[in-house]
Design a protein around this ligand. Structure first.
Ligand SMILES: Nc1ncnc2c1ncn2[C@@H]1O[C@H](COP(=O)(O)OS(=O)(=O)O)[C@@H](OP(=O)(O)O)[C@H]1O
Ligand SMILES: Nc1ncnc2c1ncn2[C@@H]1O[C@H](COP(=O)(O)OP(=O)(O)O)[C@@H](O)[C@H]1O
Length: 216
């Protein structure tokens, strides 16, 4: 059996041929005018337990209170439905991220501030999602929380299972995590200093405000 490397697998995904793009008379610009905001993707990456889902929810609530329309695509949640056929093998993680990237792109095109929160451990998968969007519209947020802190939190008991070999290929334990090299926002949780989820959300909201995403 020939085993294809992940990038070749991605190339073989495209099987739709003889297709044409159909334009609509209502475009992204019109939807943004209606919503008084700009569609974009806030991509939150980090280890399990780093606080991605908490930040996504706090950010969504903060923006909602400011009258802004958001939608969260959480890795764990999307794996309950659309991506329930995918495991945590490298090629399935790549496909999980590719699909969420494509869905996030549709939400951004709808004019919505889409918050994607998933481990997305591989740089090239995150960069491929970035490449789907216009310059500036993909805002990568790295939750830079040390493994020891995430492991001490262990809210679902998964690190414990991974340490005793009951879960194989767990990110940070026996599977890699590649931190971003040059992302838009880094939120650190190091040493004794505790940064609250609402302070983190405020940092992201300030960035959006400064870059003009909270107006049409
Ligand atoms: N092997 C392994 N490695 C990492 N995580 C695992 C694994 N198995 C199950 N889980 C649970 O799945 C959640 C991560 O799903 P994601 O879709 O975000 O992962 S990925 O982006 O495809 O790597 C992750 O959720 P978070 O803790 O919210 O990150 C875990 O609850
Ligand atoms: N900024 C924070 N400071 C302290 N604890 C946090 C913070 N953000 C999240 N947590 C806690 O860390 C644990 C993991 O958070 P969660 O959002 O589920 O992480 P992830 O989605 O990355 O797995 C939870 O128990 C949560 O209450």
């Amino acid at each position: 059996m020939i085993v294809l490397p992940p990038f070749l697998l991605m190339l073989t995904v495209r099987k739709s041929t003889n297709i044409a793009w159909h334009k609509s008379s209502v475009e992204k610009f019109d939807r943004q005018e209606l919503l008084q905001q700009k569609g974009c993707v806030i991509w939150i990456t980090g280890l399990s337990g780093s606080g991605k889902s908490t930040l996504a929810c706090t950010l969504s609530r903060g923006l909602h209170l400011r009258g802004k329309l958001t939608y969260i695509l959480d890795g764990d949640n999307v794996r309950h439905g659309l991506n329930s056929d995918l495991s945590f093998k490298v090629e399935d993680r790549a496909e999980n991220i590719r699909r969420i990237g494509e869905v996030a792109k549709l939400f951004a095109d709808a004019g919505i501030i889409c918050i994607a929160s998933l481990i997305s451990p591989y740089r090239k998968d995150r960069d491929a999602c970035r490449a789907l969007l216009p310059e500036g519209d993909f805002i990568e947020v790295f939750l830079d929380v040390p493994l020891q802190v995430c492991e001490a939190r262990d809210p679902k008991g998964l690190y414990k299972l991974a340490r005793c070999g009951k879960i194989k290929g767990f990110t940070g334990i026996d599977d890699p995590y590649e931190p971003p090299l040059n992302c838009e926002i880094v939120l650190q949780q190091k040493g004794g200093d505790c940064v609250s989820p609402s302070d983190m959300a405020e940092t992201v909201i300030s960035y959006l405000e400064e870059k003009g995403y909270l107006q049409a």
